[in-house]
Design a protein around this ligand. Structure first.
Ligand code: PEP
Ligand code: MN
Length: 339
């Protein structure tokens, strides 16, 4: 339920009504103020609230009932695009952000060399997995905390923020202290305890779409994080399971405009996990920019054939460099900022 406040109402009066609503209905209030609007969104169990009572409050111009189950993630609650700021690097609205790096950190020298190369090509953020959600328990599981230490060294050398996947609650403090964006992987998209715990932090969260999650389920997972107070959520479409087996997943390109219509949160695309093949990365990355995504996340490896994880879908730094030039040219045509 959202209250559209009449123009020219003094803020003290609005505060008085907010306090009253919180007390009477045990709800949270999400306030959104724009050039031509002032909105109060009621978050919580609003089913028992009588709309006619709210409509009769004298500062209320109009009442909008939000049908969708996601509220804080809903564009109706927050009409303008959310821009998430990571150490000055912005994701959202008119910017196209590129996150690059290997699937997993495999060693110090390799990681630093890839980081320096992708930075030279214009990447904005470094990726790297240290705790890996592998299908087989016998596959390389990542370097753990040591991997994050290597990423920190790369951050120091390149000045770029770092993002890595958190898999369990017991490592939250370590991640909050050491990384700039916490990634929640596809397999954990519906791990509601984990979502709630990262929701209590103030770290930007990169939330990947679950393997078989609908768009609404995806947005509800963002809502779980936001409901605990952390509104710095970046969504990532990484392909979903369909009957098609040729590609690792099916990139749901239409999820981008659909999510942009219904949510104010930034959404990026991961062409590497979507296609699962290195030669699909470039066309899918171009599609990401064309469809209006706020960025991409790409796996880059010095020697993909020897990669310990996801070599088939990793591109070499030289190819990444070419891709960045193509995207920069496209960004001029599409009026997207690529700093
Ligand atoms: C990843 O980005 O390294 C990853 C494991 O992706 P996803 O969770 O989308 O499979
Ligand atoms: Mn991977």
């Amino acid at each position: 339920m959202m209250l559209v406040i009449k123009e020219g109402i003094p803020q003290e009066e609005i505060e008085r009504i907010k306090t009253k609503l919180i007390k009477e209905y045990s709800v949270d209030i999400h306030e959104s103020i724009g050039k031509n609007y002032h909105l109060l969104g009621l978050v919580g169990d609003t089913a028992s609230i009588d709309p006619s009572v709210i409509q009769s409050i004298d500062i209320v111009d109009n009442l909008i009932i939000i049908q969708e189950p996601y509220k804080k993630a809903n564009r109706k609650f927050h009409p303008t695009d959310t821009v998430v700021d990571i150490l000055g690097q912005k994701i959202g609205h008119d910017t196209f952000t590129v996150i690059a790096g290997p699937c997993s950190i495999e060693g110090n020298e390799d990681y630093l060399s890839i980081s320096e190369k992708v930075k030279a090509s214009g990447a904005h953020i470094l990726r790297g997995g240290a705790f890996k959600p592998r299908t087989s328990p016998y596959s390389f599981q990542g370097m753990g905390e040591e991997g994050i230490e290597i990423m920190k060294e790369a951050r120091k050398k390149t000045g770029l923020p770092i993002v890595s996947e958190l898999m369990s609650i017991d490592k939250i403090d370590f991640f909050v202290e050491n990384v700039d964006i916490i990634q929640i992987g596809a397999r954990n998209m519906q791990n509601y305890n984990l979502l709630q715990e990262v929701g209590k932090t103030n770290k930007p969260i990169l939330l990947k779409r679950g393997l078989s999650a609908t768009i609404e389920e995806f947005l509800m997972s963002a809502e779980y994080i936001m409901a605990k107070g952390n509104e710095n959520v970046i969504l990532c479409e990484r392909g979903i399971r369909t009957f098609e087996k040729y590609t690792r997943n099916t990139l749901d390109i239409s999820a981008v405009p659909v999510i942009k219509k219904h949510s104010h949160l930034p959404i990026i695309i991961d062409p590497s996990h979507a296609g699962g093949k290195w030669w699909l990365v470039e066309p899918l990355a171009k599609a990401a920019m064309a469809v209006g995504a706020d960025g991409i996340m790409i796996e880059v490896h010095n020697d993909p054939q020897k990669a310990l994880c996801d070599g088939d879908q990793s591109i070499k730094p030289e190819r990444f460099d070419d891709l960045m030039s193509t995207l920069k040219n496209m960004s001029v045509l599409l009026d997207k900022k690529m700093q």
